[in-house]
Write a protein that binds this ligand. Structure first.
Ligand code: SF4
Ligand code: SF4
Length: 103
């Protein structure tokens, strides 16, 4: 089951309640890397901070902070960072990452 199907199957619940139903096993090494942080300074919309449903990206003190342990692996951030193509995104290795309890 992917994230879209998971969210559709839980109508009536708020996003925070849905996220609470997931299980995370974060790897120590981030599977999300900003290729060139200086490009983020030129990025006006900072789409990654708006699109991510789990608030993995945060703009703080002139740089992007990444909390990769929150990632739902939906892939949206690498798509919206189209102007600078600045996110190196891979699935976490092995059994790490997010698991959907109902799938
Ligand atoms: S959308 Fe891409 S370039 Fe813009 S702030 Fe996010 S990672 Fe940086
Ligand atoms: S893949 Fe999805 S959940 Fe993970 S950081 Fe990107 S937008 Fe957020």
């Amino acid at each position: 089951m992917n994230i879209g199907d998971f969210l559709k199957e839980l109508p009536g619940k708020k996003l925070d309640e849905k996220l609470f139903l997931l299980k995370y096993k974060p790897h120590e090494k981030s599977h999300l890397v900003i290729k060139d942080p200086s490009k983020c300074l030129l990025c006006e919309k900072k789409q990654c901070t708006h699109i991510c449903p789990s608030k993995t990206y945060e703009w703080q003190e002139e740089r992007i902070l990444i909390s990769h342990e929150n990632c739902l692996e939906c892939g949206s951030c690498r798509i919206v960072c189209d102007e600078f193509n600045n996110i190196d995104w891979q699935y976490p290795p092995g059994s790490f990452g997010v698991t959907y309890k109902y799938g």
